[in-house]
Design a protein around this ligand. Structure first.
Ligand code: ATP
Ligand code: BTN
Length: 245
């Protein structure tokens, strides 16, 4: 079989590995990352053990976009901003398909309050970063998630070309990754704030302790600033859970 990919990118997607089925594209990407160049993309039709943060289950049936990008930035100093860069790429792609996505700090994209995309970034300090993106495109949403999740085809009322979504996402990722490596952090932060689903809203952040208050800003390091009754709290990315109240 001949596969011609016209991605028009210089870095991301120079090499694309297509898999019919895999446990998790992030696991696969991590296993090959030490020997791959920066920009290699792993994409699978299905994942049988797709994962979210803290090992949570990520439903990945056929029809969705399950993709992991291996990146080797020279500096690994602020991976939160890299997650934002990926979320911005996803919202740009949604926009191209007429869908307005909002970024739910720190790692999700929502449409009308429902999750359409999750991002899982993993890596080995100083070596590589794997940015895993799960985007619901034409895949079915499992029953248990139908109230909290949505997909591009549900929103558009028709199937969309998975390849066109993939190509758009790779192009947008390239643009935002360049902004990240060029140190255009203010640009990334400004757009993330502008497209935030969280700022100005009452939230409950569950970490070791629970913080309830109004999300008022995302600071220069990507931390969420929450105004509570007992003062201003700063929540760093870590493994926190955020809920709207
Ligand atoms: P939290 O803020 O608590 O971290 P989260 O929504 O970011 O919540 P994750 O920890 O990122 O949750 O874990 C992924 C969650 O996404 C799962 O718990 C599940 O509810 C949900 N989920 C699983 N598969 C899909 C999917 N294909 N589309 C949308 N949501 C999904
Ligand atoms: C989350 O919401 O917690 C993040 C979900 C990330 C899902 C993507 S799908 C491609 C890659 N492979 C995985 O196993 N997870 C990520």
């Amino acid at each position: 079989m001949i596969v011609v990919l016209n991605l028009d990118t210089d870095l991301i997607g120079r090499k694309v590995i297509f898999l019919r089925e895999v446990d998790s594209t992030n696991e696969y990407a991590k296993s090959i990352a030490p020997h791959e160049d920066s920009g290699t993309v792993v994409v699978a039709e299905r994942q049988h053990s797709g994962r979210g943060r803290r090992g949570r289950y990520w439903a990945s049936p056929e029809g969705g976009l399950w993709v992991s990008v291996i990146l080797k930035p020279e500096k690994h100093e602020n991976l939160t901003l890299l997650v934002f860069a990926a979320a911005l790429a996803v919202t740009d792609t949604l926009e191209e398909f007429g869908i307005k996505g909002r970024i739910k700090w720190p790692n999700d994209v929502l449409v009308n309050g429902r999750k359409i995309c999750g991002i899982l970034t993993e890596g080995r300090a100083g070596d590589y970063v794997v940015v895993g993106i799960g985007l619901n495109v034409n895949n079915e949403i499992p029953n248990g998630l139908s109230r909290v999740a949505t997909s591009m085809s549900l929103l558009r009322g028709t199937e969309v070309s998975l390849f066109h979504v993939f190509r758009s996402l790779i192009r947008n990722l390239e643009g935002w990754y360049r902004a990240y490596v060029d140190g255009l952090y203010e640009k990334i932060l400004k757009e993330t704030r502008d497209r935030s689903a969280v700022l100005g809203r009452e939230v409950r952040v569950v970490d070791d302790v629970e913080i309830v208050g109004r999300a008022i800003d995302i600071d220069a390091e990507g931390a969420l600033i929450v105004q509570t009754h007992s003062g201003i709290k700063r929540v760093t990315h870590g493994d926190v859970s955020l809920r709207f109240v």
